[in-house]
Design a binder for this molecule. Structure first.
Ligand code: C5P
Length: 222
């Protein structure tokens, strides 16, 4: 069979998941949000008051954790051990700690195994930080999405506003920059553009324009 893989990486709030979801839907591929998997483990570890610096404990916890990504209409629902955590894993406490939890090699190895398994039997659009460099090194299309920190803070603000929250722009900008720094500076599979990835600066592009470009690259390879 002819399986196709689209890898979308990039810094926080660059629009990866929005773009990946629409691209997957248009192509009839499965969308896999790897960030949601790291967020899910972080949520459970926080809930159980685990020591987030203890890699062995986190690995053990992950082994006892079922994370399910379920496609529902145009969206995706995330379940941890059967609990719907779709909204909860986006809260600031999870966002603040997820980079620490995802910095450990043992945690990443297990996550990557699960991610590769998900891509074994179907064509996928997978987004994250290390998809093109590590999880799916043979992906036919690799995209590295970037956007200025200011633009990303504005986008995040609009998302928060829809949920009735009004964080300050400065706090959003800081949180985004800090998470990028942690993700780029970690030792294991840091956030970096794959040599063969196409860099797309989305600062002044609409969502549809970004999707259109990606679909164009896919067509070229199909
Ligand atoms: O994509 P999202 O912002 O939801 O990812 C949350 C965090 O999970 C990232 O900041 C990063 O620390 C971690 N992550 C990762 N590798 C991935 C996806 C996410 O380390 N493939």
């Amino acid at each position: 069979e002819n399986l196709f893989q689209v890898a979308i990486d990039g810094p926080a709030a660059a629009g990866k998941s929005t773009v990946a979801k629409i691209t997957a839907k248009t192509l009839g591929f499965v969308y896999i949000d790897t960030g949601a998997m790291y967020r899910s483990l972080t949520y459970k570890a926080l809930k159980q008051k685990k020591d987030l610096n203890d890699a062995r404990q986190l690995k053990k916890l992950l082994n006892q954790t079922e994370i399910k990504l379920v496609q529902e209409g145009s969206g995706q629902k995330v379940y941890v051990d059967g609990e719907d955590v779709t909204e909860r894993i986006r809260y600031p406490d999870v966002s603040e700690h997820v980079s620490l939890v995802s910095s450990f090699e043992d945690v990443r190895t297990e996550m990557v195994n699960r991610q590769r398994k998900l891509a074994e039997s179907c064509s996928v659009v997978m987004d994250g930080r290390d998809i093109g460099t590590h999880v799916l090194p043979d992906a036919q299309v690799k995209i590295f999405l970037i956007a200025s920190v200011d633009e990303r803070a504005v986008r995040r603000y609009r998302e928060e506003e829809l949920k009735g929250r009004h964080p300050s722009m400065e706090s959003l900008r800081e949180a985004i920059a800090l998470r990028d720094k942690k993700d780029m500076e970690r030792e294991v599979s840091p956030l970096v553009k794959a040599d063969d990835a196409i860099a797309l600066d989305t600062t002044s592009l609409t969502i549809d324009e970004v999707v259109e470009q990606i679909l164009h690259f896919v067509k070229e390879k199909q």
